[in-house]
Design a protein around this ligand. Structure first.
Ligand code: BG6
Length: 508
């Protein structure tokens, strides 16, 4: 594996949760695996006034608490923390950036870096513009000497208009190839494995189209509620928080044409083409094609679970969706007429993300099967947890006659010896250091995704009569979502039963 060039990573918002729970532990993991550059330094920037020494202590504690490395021995952490620095400043005040520049140059000289800087904006999105303006004004995003890259986290806007505005504003200051928009789902090993499953095997691709596939289903379920993020979530909702980015990216990789190469733009061009082919949902069809829900209080395994409207930071009369299911089509030769169903929600019975390819049934049913069971094969790509791939197919039940049983062929990543699945942030940070933007959302992808969602956002805003269904926490969301699935006898796949009336029981 290639090692990145010497560099400095500047983390704005270094006293926040993202830095301590994800970024620093991920960089520590890269260091443990010898994937960091020979020389590097990390500078945490924030308004909180703490010393470098306190920052080192705080980050060392975070590594112990959140690192996925098995080896977090003290010596390793101490040597890692020696390259961490803290610089206190107000990110929004232009005045502080000259001092930051001086500090960066001093650190650069001390290590012999050569001018390569990455700026990670681990701040609220409202700060992206002002930080970028100040970096540009101080000449810090200028690539005359070394590379300058800027990482931003979603949300990339709030709707099509604000998404476009944000991109346009960033482009006035830095070029698109300096911007790395993080979608942490693309950093997940199993999401990347979609490319390998599809394009490194001869057996799937010939079947991967409208002739053999009946429907595609993508689920990203969470058992947790909004936790401490009620304030943010209530102004966002599941459509913006999960569908605009993570779910549509999974649709893109599932539905794309084979790229001509592994080049970042070759792959992202194909994902963009999928987004451009999404059949627009008319505003008047939103109620039929999109089901939204909100969790209500319930009892899970004897414990009271708060309803969404009673969560901290959430309005008591909130109409924000914590669940959304969408049915849509992709208008191209490969997928014409194949329904895609995607759903995501909080406070569902379990945490699971999976892509289910439902193949068409055989044209003629020769064999007897259990009453009510539909003959069909499924390929299930389990993104998380228990990462792997499952194929469901029919087999003869031993004994007299020709009774058919549906059985599983199951691959689990965990069965691979000595394989550790890296965290999404590890992979993505390493890619930014290498300058590989394959797994980052490009400006046009983001805008096209917003464009697809625009009629849904408008319909919900303009028609309060479009229902938001309550669903008890711990269940699979509103039952109305079942009405989306076309065809007699077809339903969503339920990887485990409803929790509310049963103990968790997974039958993957
Ligand atoms: C984030 C959303 O992007 O993804 C959260 O803002 C959500 O609301 C999270 O909980 C889910 O990520 P994961 O990796 O746990 O599936």
């Amino acid at each position: 594996m290639e090692n990145p060039k010497n560099l400095i990573i500047v983390i704005f918002g270094a006293s926040g949760d993202l830095a301590s729970r994800k970024l620093i532990p991920a960089i520590f993991s890269l260091k443990s695996q010898k994937l960091m550059p020979e020389k590097y330094a990390i500078i945490g920037v924030g308004r909180t006034k703490i010393s470098t020494s306190d920052f080192r202590t705080k980050m060392s504690e975070s590594i112990v608490a959140f690192s996925e490395e098995k080896e977090t021995d003290k010596t390793l952490i101490t040597s890692f923390s020696e390259d961490l620095y803290y610089h206190s400043m107000d990110n929004s005040a232009a005045g502080g950036y000259d001092e930051l520049k001086t500090f960066l140059h001093e650190t650069d000289d001390k290590y012999g870096i050569g001018g390569n800087y990455i700026f990670y904006l681990a701040t609220p999105p409202s700060m992206y513009e002002v930080i970028s303006v100040n970096l540009a004004a101080a000449g810090l995003s200028d690539q005359q000497k070394g590379f300058r890259r800027v990482i931003i986290e979603k949300p990339f806007g709030y709707d099509l208009e604000s998404g476009r505005k944000l991109n346009a504003r960033l482009h006035e200051l830095i070029s698109e190839d300096q911007i790395y928009r993080i979608d942490h789902y693309l950093g997940k090993e199993t999401v990347q494995n979609l490319l390998v499953t599809r394009f490194s095997n001869g057996i799937f691709e010939p079947l991967w189209n409208r002739n053999y596939i009946h429907r595609v289903e993508i689920t990203s379920a969470e058992s947790i509620g909004v936790e401490e993020r009620g304030g943010y979530y209530d102004s966002s909702g599941a459509l913006r928080d999960m569908v605009q980015n993570h779910l549509l990216q999974m649709v893109g990789l599932t539905a794309m044409e084979p790229p001509s190469s592994l080049d970042a733009d070759a792959i992202r061009n194909e994902v963009l083409k999928v987004f451009q082919s999404l059949q627009p949902i008319k505003e008047e069809d939103v109620a039929k094609q999109v089901i939204r829900g909100q969790y209500t209080g319930s009892l899970i395994r004897g414990e009271c679970v708060t309803g969404y409207r009673n969560e901290k930071g959430v309005a008591v009369d909130s109409r924000t969706e914590t669940y959304v299911a969408v049915k849509f089509f992709i208008n191209n030769w490969r997928w014409g007429g194949v329904p895609f169903y995607i759903r995501t929600g909080k406070r569902l019975p379990t945490r699971v993300t999976e892509i289910v390819i439902h193949f068409k049934p055989t044209p003629h049913h020769l064999f007897q099967r259990e009453a009510g069971k539909m003959p069909a094969n499924q390929l299930i790509i389990r993104i998380q947890p228990d990462e792997g791939i499952l194929v469901k197919f029919d087999m003869k039940e031993p004994g007299a006659g020709f009774n058919v049983k549906n059985v599983n062929m199951d691959f689990h990543y965990k069965d691979l010896a000595n394989i550790r699945v890296p965290s999404a942030y590890e992979r993505l940070l390493h890619d930014v250091m290498l300058g590989d933007s394959t797994l980052f959302s490009r400006d046009d992808e983001v805008e096209t995704a917003w464009k697809f969602l625009e009629p849904i956002q408008k319909a919900w805003a303009n028609n309060p009569e479009i229902k938001i269904f309550g669903y008890p926490a711990g269940t699979w969301g509103p039952e109305h979502a079942n009405d989306l699935i076309e065809g007699e006898g077809y339903t969503w796949r339920y990887p485990c039963k409803n929790l509310a009336d049963d103990e968790l029981y997974c039958e993957l």
